[in-house]
Design a protein around this ligand. Structure first.
Ligand code: PEP
Ligand code: MN
Length: 382
């Protein structure tokens, strides 16, 4: 058995949360084999350069801005959409650079951000129970039980759309997504020229809050690849559990290898982050710390939509920055959900109240900042 096949087996034997229920689908092994034979979406030299750039952030010489949709849409992989998203990210990173006087590494939540973890496998819509939407890589968002059926052919569509997005950003920022679906990511793990295993689906994969169990498949898979990797850290993580994750994901303590993304909520971060950051430093891991001030601050509007308030997001990110600075650590930057268009999904800034949400609420999943709100956040925090 080749080294790659062995490693696949090593993590595929492990438990994994948030996977679609398509294990017994007759086409799954053919689809996986097809994915395995596809061209890498990103190159080894790009991955190495991304890692070297993140090492500069770890050293405190630069900042990092990771931003994009919560869930990308297959309908928005064309060159105009891609150009608009890249321009929005570039504008925000230039602003961050201007307000801090430091270089900013840009990572887009793009070209593969198609899989979503969900708090419940089913939901009731108009009195009908149906599977929840899990991202375009799994099912369709329409409120119809047939559209919501999980379809593994979508793995190949996700590859095709990612490839289309990348083709439209030749000089582009680096790409990143949550490495959630093992049936998409696993077949794209392959040996590079140096013999190291690489995840060829993206430059910077991350592990989400719901799949960061240290002895489960997602952590084992990203532990096996040489990409820079990231992991979300929520408010209930213990310092010991995060040090355990660091030991697995960054055993060699290499700057640029591991980014931790704190997403704790404005009310929790000042208490929860310092003991974790101290324990990680004590264990010798030169991680980059980013603030995701979105996912710990999601609330329901009175009308039922998920939303987030800009003042809570600013509060969390400021407390993140101050907490790390008090420890003498470098606040490495931000992880944001931002649209390129002037959407009205979060409240604050140019969306004065919940009544304004219905003007342009388009997100496939979580509520995104519009560019003006994102500018306000960045300049209020850094
Ligand atoms: C996300 O980034 O869209 C997400 C689901 O985040 P988390 O894993 O932090 O909940
Ligand atoms: Mn999200």
């Amino acid at each position: 058995m080749s080294a790659v096949a062995e490693l696949h087996q090593r993590w595929e034997m492990l438990p994994a949360r948030e996977q679609p229920d398509w294990r017994d689908h007759p086409e799954l092994s053919r689809i996986r084999a097809e994915l395995r034979s596809r061209e890498p979406l990103v190159t080894e030299s790009e991955i190495a350069a991304a890692r070297a750039g993140i090492a500069k952030v770890a050293a405190g010489e630069a900042l990092l801005l990771q931003a994009g949709d919560c869930a990308e849409s297959f309908a928005e992989s064309g060159p105009e959409h891609t150009a608009a998203k890249v321009a929005a990210l570039t504008g925000l990173s230039d602003l961050l650079s201007l307000s801090t006087g430091r270089p900013v590494m840009r990572f887009a939540r793009m070209a593969g951000q198609y899989a979503k973890p969900r708090s419940s496998p089913t939901e009731m819509v108009g009195g009908v129970e149906m599977p929840t939407f899990r991202g375009h890589i799994v099912n369709a968002p329409e409120a119809d039980p047939a559209a919501r059926a999980a379809d593994p052919e979508r793995l190949l569509l996700a590859y095709a759309h990612s490839s289309r997005v990348l083709a439209a950003m030749p000089d582009g920022p680096w790409v990143s997504h949550e490495a959630l679906l093992l049936d998409y990511e696993g077949p794209q793990v392959r040996p590079g020229a140096t013999g190291d295993l690489l995840l060829a689906s993206t430059h910077l994969p991350w592990i989400g809050e719901r799949t960061r169990q240290a002895d489960h498949a997602h952590v084992a898979m990203l532990a096996a690849v040489a990409n820079p990797v990231a992991c979300k850290v929520g408010p209930t993580a213990s310092p010991e559990s995060v040090v355990d994750l660091c030991a697995r994901l960054d055993p060699d303590r290499r700057p640029g290898r591991l980014t931790l993304i704190a997403r704790m909520g404005a009310g929790r971060v000042a208490e929860a982050l310092p003991p974790i950051a101290r324990a990680v430093r004590q264990a010798g891991h030169p991680v980059v710390w980013l603030s995701d001030p979105m996912h710990g601050n999601t609330v329901r509007a009175k009308s039922g939509e998920k939303t987030r308030h800009l003042d809570s997001m600013i509060a969390e990110a400021v407390l993140f920055r101050v907490s790390l600075e008090r420890l003498g650590l470098h606040p490495g930057g931000l992880h944001l959900e931002v649209a390129a268009a002037d959407v009205t999904e979060c409240v604050g800034g140019n969306v004065p109240g919940e009544d304004a949400l219905r003007r342009r609420y388009e997100s496939l999943c979580d509520p995104r900042l519009n560019p003006s709100q994102a500018r306000e956040l960045i300049t209020s925090v850094f």
